[in-house]
Design a protein around this ligand. Sequence first.
Ligand code: SF4
Length: 444
Amino acid sequence: MSETATKTAPPLEKKTTVGNYFVSNYPPFSFWKQEDVPDYRTALGQPPKPDTPLGIYVHIPFCRKRCHFCYFRVYTDKNSEEIRNYIDAVLAELKLYAKQNFIGGRKPKFVYFGGGTPSYLSESQLRELTDGMKELLPWDEVEEVTFECEPGTLREKKLEILHEIGVTRLSLGVENFDDHILELNGRAHRGPEIGRAYEFAQGLGFPQINIDLIAGMVEETEDNWKACIERTREMAPDSVTIYQMEVPYNTGIYQQMKADGKLTAPVADWDTKRRWVNDAYTALEQDGYTVSSAYTAVKDKARTSFVYRDRLWAGADLLSLGVASFGHIGGTHYQNLHDFAPYIECIDRGELPVYRALTPSDDERLIREFILQMKLGHLKFSYFNKKFGTNAAERFAKPLQTIKDWGFATVDGDDLRLNREGLLQVDRLLHEFFLDEHRNARYA
Ligand code: SF4
């Protein structure tokens, strides 16, 4: 790319076409390989690095319906016996880990139940899963337990149990409040279920309730989005997470686009989605919220942390359990087998169900942490200089200059700051920091 082109025309796409926008890790998943699984086994045999916190992620791959925008590994057809078998497998997987040098005896600092729909589990399944987990690796040093919920799966009893088992951050996948839009996008829940679940949860006194929204679902309009913002302000949750609609390859929306021979997704363009998120943040700021990352606004910054995100983005170990889940231990990335039956069969044989892995080089680890922390909108170079023994401002001089020239960032001494416009498209800017061989990679 020429210097002139860089300065005058950021090559940022306007239309929403197929592909991943959100960057959740680095190097891209398509570079993780089966041949590198021995690296992961070596990492497991080592003692952990002192002062590196451990977190646990549990993937619950069940949903009532598959949303048309979903790109996760989920199943909508499993009966209660299969779900019980899955819980047994997850606990057996954790048991295998508890015997390993790297994990045994450690106490997790954070636990995250994601999916899929963790709240799809019944009350007794939830008890069985969490009691079993605590027996193997006690939760007495846990600072945060996040639990993702689909509002239509929450009854009062289930919420009581979630509170009792120690969930501290309840995350409600609201996405939109309008029944027509929810239906059209394949969501299982409806508007009235959101209010009911939220009220019950509030009454129980969870330390933090987050609601997730998506800007730009199919048939989203200006008026609808305004109504979503107003409804969110009325609810006044502790934190609000807003994603911009993206259309990865393995979504129902893309399948339909392909069938119709369309290249552009039937959702708002990126400028509009960014404006909508900005409108939401501006309204929330008027109510005293602080924008704490590209995706999140929090009501009380001093009280509301997000330990999972902050620890993970600072290089914590993440023990990931369940089908297709992604983890990171002792500097090696790994992913589990991504189909239900092979995952269960592997555990039944007493083997860890890892399918591919990658050990990033020191430079790749630096890039990973740097780009993930850029999503917070502010970072300090000195943190990276100290941790990685390299001058981060010099290492990233070129991409930093590029995003400054585009008008999205400023560097002031030790501080890198993204302005709102930069923050709202940070995931595209991160590619500037990638190694050449990782640019334009598919995140699959
Ligand atoms: S609820 Fe979440 S995980 Fe389940 S299908 Fe919808 S988007 Fe996917």
